[in-house]
Each structure stands twice: as C-alpha cells, then as structure tokens.
Design a protein around this ligand. Structure first.
Ligand code: NDP
Ligand code: 2IT
Length: 449
C-alpha cells in the first residue's frame, strides 16, 4: 500500500461513520498528490494527517424552554479545525440533520477556502441540531441565548469568530451577538454577519451570492464567454441563492429555476427584480415554502418533492446553492446532455463524488465551493477588520474589495493550473492545491502543534 493510501485509510479508521468528512478529505487528498510528491517534508511532518484532525471539538447540551413551557434539549457544536492562518473562522448551521460528520467536512473545507481569500483567517464551523422552522421569534431568541451561554467561553474576536450558514441569518446572529455582549460585558467583533447599525459590514448579506457570480464571470471570460442571456438554474432560495439570483439578473442572465426543501420552481419567463422581491418576502419574512411563488406568477410551475429534478431543465449555467450532495451523477449527465457549460458551487460540497467524476468526463467548466463561494467569508474577514478599527467602510468600497478578492482567487487558481501543469480550467485541483500549499507552509513554519 502506498504511503498516501495508508494515510487515507488511517483517517477513515480514526473517524468511523463520517461519510461526508471522508468525502471532503478524499477529494482534497486526491488533488494534492503532486504537491506531496514534490515536498517529502509535508509527508514527514504529517501535515495532511494534522489538517484532518480538528484542533478542538466542543459539543455541549443546549436546554431552552419552548412557548408551551416545555424544556427542549439540543446538541450544540463548535469544531475549531485549523488555527495556522488566523483565529478560527466559519459559520454556524442550525438544522435537525446536523452531526459531527457534516460539521467536520464543513470545517475542513473552510480551512482551504479561508486560506484562498488571502486574509488572516483560520477555520472552524459549528451550530446545533436545532430546527428553526415553525419556531416563534421568542423561541429562536431563547435558543440562541442558551447556545451562547456555553459557547461564549470558546469564542472571541482573536480566538474564534462564528457567522451564519444554513438556518442562521441576521436575526439569529443578532440574538447570538446580544447574548455574547451581555455575558462578557464587551462590544467586540466576536461574530460576523451583524446588522449594519451594530457593527456589521455593508455587503456581507450579498457577499456569497454576488462573489459566486463574479467568479462565474471570470471563469466564462477565460473561454471568451459571458453571462448575458445565459439560461441559469439556481438551487435553494436562502441567503446565497437570493443574492446569486440578484446578481445574475443584474448581469442580464435568465434564471429559470430555484428550489427549497419542499421542491422547485420552473419559471420559463425568468425571475425578474419584482419576482425576486416577492421571493425574499416569502422566504425571509413569512418563512414559507416557494409554492406561493407559483400561485402568484402564472408563468411559473411548482414541482413538489424530489422525483422530478431541477437539474433536468435545459440550461447553460448551474449554481447549486442549497446543501451538500444535492447533485448526483445523473444530474450532471442531464446538465451535460442539455448543453450546460458551467457549474459553480454556492453551497459547500453540493456535488457527490460520482457527480464530480461525471463533470470531469464532460465539457462543463466547474468551480468548487472553496473557491467560488469564498466571497462570504472574505467579507466576514473584512467585517472583523472594520470592528478592530472601529470604523464602517462604504458599500462601494466593499463592492471593490469583493471583486478584487474573487478575482485574486480566480488568478491564483489559473496560476496553480500552470504551475502544476493541470488541465486548462481545472479549478477543482487548482483550488485544493493552492489552499493546501498556503496552510501547509503556515503549519510547518509554526512547528508540530
Ligand atoms: P439558508 O438557510 O439561507 O438557505 C438554505 C436553502 O437551502 C433554503 O432554500 C433551504 O430550503 C435549502 N435547503 C437546506 N437544506 C436542505 C436540504 N437538506 N435539502 C433541500 N434543500 C435544503 O442557507 P445559506 O443560503 O446561507 O446556505 C446555503 C449553502 O451555501 C450551504 O451549503 C452553506 O454551507 C453554503 N454557504 C453559505 C454561506 C453564507 O454566507 N451564508 C457562505 C458559503 C457557503 P428551506 O427554505 O425549505 O429550508
Ligand atoms: O461556508 C461559509 O463560508 C460560511 N458559511 C460563511 C462563514 C463566515 O465566517 O462568514
């Protein structure tokens, strides 16, 4: 057995029953073989084994009282994955399906994503198996306060800075930040994604979706194309999807589909600004299913469940922005058959391993989430900078910062393709290698902690 296979097997053995974590680790390890074979030091120093072992995992009981005066018990988490590049940084997910395998894969991906931003950010991820759906505001507030009553010991602006992810938006961030401030009696940038009146950054809500579309623009420009008039599919209808759709409309693309956990909408006439405003109210304020969109707009049809697939709609560009493993091999084959030219990941790891292999056998250009969706954490990083300075930067400055960072990640990927003689437009291997090289150098420089 080769040294690399041995390492992979031992990582699997040490982390039984964690398929998402194995999937994320394997994907990166597959890419970095050429780096390891050139730098035996990385193998000697066991850099990859160290990267695949979280520096610290905190799990804790979260008890809160619901509106019926019943005690509820949930499990809270924070995975502090890698602190080589800066304080731990990454989002919180509130979803009933959350477990350690999912959190470790997310924290592992975050390590390379944060390194790619070029900002001094380590990596972490956390959350709870709490389901925010159909909860009153008061219940969400009590839950957030209970979560922070334990987590505050482990976070802080130079230690670990959480933000949002699935099920955690500005409302939850507000309750979490308010609890932290109350317990510590300190107003500090311990969380990002705050409101713009109380320490938040302009453009943070938009940053992941807008950054994703910027990245797609740069990918298409490499092959002498652009987004104008391209038919696009966007999965999900939450934070990342809404602002990806907004930027796609701005770029004159035609978004004909989006989804949520109940099903998907096919709107042949395309989503325009007015329809998007309706969708935002439906999802963010009413917190209802997207079915209401098809009741309001006759050009749209709602497909409930998962039998018919959003990805079977003919389109040129696909932006998965919902959750992990949402596209399988047959989805990619359908996209390819229908002439798709681009897949860019707004979600973290939305393609299964087999789906990625299908992409590699197609003519589709494909960008992994750790490059394409890094705009959100990048603007979070700049929210931290503004908090430390005690200043707000303007919206137009943030727009420039986001563009420059996404362009920088794109250039870094292109340079890495050349440096390692990868195939043209091989963003998958390039992003993994470029992220790995930065973190590995920092870890070796700091000794074997
Ligand atoms: P939101 O909670 O705002 O939206 C999530 C969307 O995905 C909703 O439409 C939700 O449907 C749908 N969804 C969630 N879980 C499932 C599931 N198991 N099956 C089907 N649909 C599902 O989250 P975000 O938009 O913030 O996050 C979306 C993705 O982007 C995640 O993978 C996240 O990790 C990633 N990401 C987020 C960043 C951010 O800044 N927020 C940054 C980088 C990546 P419903 O409304 O019915 O629940
Ligand atoms: O996956 C991600 O990059 C996020 N959920 C955002 C993390 C952050 O700290 O802004």
């Amino acid at each position: 057995m080769s040294k690399i296979d041995y390492v992979l097997n031992s990582i699997k053995e040490r982390n039984p029953g964690e398929p998402e974590f194995h999937q994320a680790v394997l994907e990166v390890f597959d890419s970095i073989e050429p780096v390891l074979s050139k730098n035996s030091k990385y193998l000697e120093e066991k850099v990859f084994e160290r990267m695949a072992e979280p520096e610290r995992i905190i799990t804790f009981r979260v008890c809160w009282t619901d509106d019926n005066n019943q005690i509820q018990v949930n499990r809270g988490y924070r995975v502090q994955m890698n602190g080589a590049m800066g304080p731990y940084k990454g989002g919180l997910r509130f979803h009933p399906s959350l477990n350690l395998s999912i959190l470790k894969f997310l924290a592992f991906e975050q390590t390379f994503k944060n390194a790619l931003t070029g900002l001094p950010l380590g990596a972490g991820k956390g959350g709870a198996d709490f389901n925010p759906k159909h909860k009153s505001d008061r219940e969400i507030m009590r839950f957030c306060q209970a979560w922070m009553l334990e987590a505050y010991r482990h976070i802080g602006h130079f230690t670990d800075i959480p933000a949002g992810d699935i099920g955690v938006g500005e409302k939850e961030i507000g309750y979490l930040f308010g609890a932290f401030k109350k317990i510590k009696n300190e107003f500090q940038g311990s969380i990002t994604g705050k409101g713009p009146l109380w320490g938040g950054s302009f453009l943070r809500p938009e940053a992941t979706g807008y950054g994703l579309v910027h990245f797609a623009e740069y990918m298409l420009a490499e092959v002498d194309k652009d987004l104008a008039n391209k038919v696009c599919l966007v999965s999900g209808s939450g934070n990342v999807s809404q602002f990806a759709i907004e930027k796609l409309i701005h770029d004159k693309a035609k978004v004909v589909a989006f989804s949520d956990s109940t099903g998907f909408i096919h709107d042949e006439e395309g989503v325009d600004e007015e329809k998007l405003a309706f969708l935002k109210v439906l999802k963010n304020e009413k917190r209802e299913s997207i079915a209401g969109y098809a009741e309001k707009y006759k050009s749209a049809k709602y497909y409930e469940g998962t039998e018919k697939r959003l990805w079977s709609i003919p389109a040129e560009c696909a932006f998965p922005c919902a959750t992990q493993n949402e596209l399988d091999e047959s989805d990619v084959q359908d996209l390819s058959k229908n002439g798709a030219i681009l897949i860019a990941e707004g979600a973290n790891m939305p393609l299964t391993d087999a789906a990625i292999k299908a992409v590699q056998h197609s003519n589709i250009i494909y960008a992994p989430g750790k490059a394409a969706n890094a705009g959100g954490v990048a603007i979070s990083g700049l929210e931290m900078t503004q908090n430390r300075l005690g200043r707000y930067w303007s919206r137009s400055r943030m727009e420039t910062e986001l563009r420059v960072i996404m362009q920088g990640i794109h250039e870094n990927c292109q340079d890495t393709m050349k440096k390692y003689s990868l195939d043209a437009q091989d963003y998958l291997n390039a992003a993994n290698i470029a992220g790995f090289e930065r973190v590995a150098k920092a870890m070796v420089a700091q000794g074997s902690w």
